[in-house]
Write a protein that binds this ligand. Structure first.
Ligand code: XIL
Length: 400
């Protein structure tokens, strides 16, 4: 009697197991499909974005219709750009639309930092940055690479690896050369070393300085140049735009590099600033000029202008913010070697300093007075009358 019961039980269990396996397979297929669909849907350029003409079919200022920063910057041969984040890029249509319409240059905000692009000793993750770089190339936008050597954004396999000096040099060289060769011909300029000095001009006591010594800076430039001799190589920092100990140290380092044939082509001025921290324009022009005399380019690389939380949303605050954006653009346009004006994002919705509303579009992607200011200045300097106005409803939203 017991045998048939056992058999029946066995049969029933087998049947349930089979049914479960089928169900699991179906579920896996469904999830994979959803993911593929989501990914492809998210990154598909809209018809407007798909236009490969580089924006040349947009209404021109002369036609009196609305124009764009990108269109005006082209007339001045200026690179106008923004940093770019993977998250909103893959999720928000408006983000991609404005990106393409307004800018001809992008900097990858986080995806190329070592912890993201090289999370394990033997593993590189190019997927996020490849997507952004490919989008840029599809839309005739230039790409700045950011950043090869920094003491932030480091993975623990590097910081806690207890490597010798020689091992750390090998790791850094391999890292730089892998990333730069991967993007050879696609990234036109690299922030090779980021924030290596304190404000008093002394070396920042960071991981690379402690492990390798001050020569890590020079080595990084040489290694990057070996991997892509055509790429422009930048030293990038903050509080280095005006006249101070840090900008002097950088100037001296570059003079020395030039004398000794260390490949360096530019200095990045991050220019994270605020409405109560007006930049000293004369000092910036002077600093640009002395760098021009060394045949060094300047890129404004990470501009944003914080508004004090208490002042946010007042007309006065937006106007002060617009003034600073405008003054810096004028300063850049009047320097022979200032080739790029890049903001650290474009919408307050996705700024690293979101609570200070530091960018030129608000959280709902409406242009702020700072945007209009940049349009006006570019129009004037391109020889057009400053008659292009934002749609009045949009402008009004920022006047109250
Ligand atoms: C910031 C990003 O904007 C943030 O999203 C991230 O969490 C931290 O880094 N100087 C730099 C940039 O060179 O890489 C920093 O970017 C901002 C300061």
């Amino acid at each position: 009697m017991r045998l048939p019961v056992n058999r029946a039980l066995l049969f029933i269990s087998f049947f349930f197991a089979l049914a479960n396996i089928c169900l699991i397979i179906q579920l896996i297929n469904h999830t994979a499909e959803t993911r593929v669909n989501e990914t492809s849907r998210n990154v598909q350029p809209t018809p407007a974005l798909n236009n490969r003409s580089g924006g040349t079919d947009q209404p021109s200022p002369a036609s009196g219709k609305q124009t764009s920063l990108r269109e005006l910057a082209k007339k001045k041969n200026l690179l106008i750009g923004t940093s770019l984040r993977h998250w909103p890029f893959t999720r928000e249509h408006k983000y991609r639309e404005i990106l393409y319409r307004e800018f001809n240059t992008i900097t990858i905000e986080n995806a190329m930092k070592i912890e993201n692009i090289h999370p394990q000793p033997d593993h590189y993750n190019f997927s996020e940055s490849d997507l952004l770089v490919d989008f840029a190339s599809d839309h005739q936008m230039k790409v700045r690479g950011h950043t090869l050597v920094w003491d932030k954004g480091l993975p623990t396999w590097i910081t806690e690896g207890k490597y010798s000096k020689e091992e750390t040099k090998r790791i850094l060289k391999e890292h730089i050369q892998m990333i730069v060769s991967h993007y050879k011909g696609k990234v036109f300029a690299w922030d090779v070393v980021n924030e290596a000095f304190h404000d008093d001009g002394t070396y920042r006591d960071n991981f690379w300085f402690r492990s390798i010594g001050p020569e890590y800076i020079e080595l990084a430039f040489r290694w990057a140049h070996e991997a892509d001799p055509d790429a422009l190589l930048f030293y990038n920092d903050y509080n280095n735009e005006g006249s101070n100990a840090k900008s002097d140290t950088i100037y001296q380092m570059i003079s020395d590099f030039k004398k000794r044939g260390v490949p360096i082509h530019g200095v990045g001025f991050q220019l994270h600033t605020a409405i109560d921290q007006k930049p000293d324009l004369k000092a910036i022009s002077k600093n640009m000029k002395r760098l021009a005399d060394l045949n060094i380019q300047v890129h404004i690389t990470e501009l944003d202008v914080k508004v004090n939380k208490k002042q946010a949303a007042t007309k006065e605050a937006w106007d002060q913010q617009a003034e600073i954006y405008g003054d810096l653009l004028k300063t850049c346009l009047s320097a022979s070697n200032c080739k790029a004006f890049i903001m650290w994002g474009f919408t307050d919705r996705h700024s690293w300093l979101e609570e200070y509303s530091p960018l030129i579009f608000d959280k709902n992607y409406n242009p702020k007075p700072a945007y209009q200011k940049l349009i006006d200045i570019l129009s004037q300097s391109a020889g057009f009358p400053a008659t292009f106005r934002l749609p009045s409803s949009v402008a009004a939203a920022h006047r109250s």
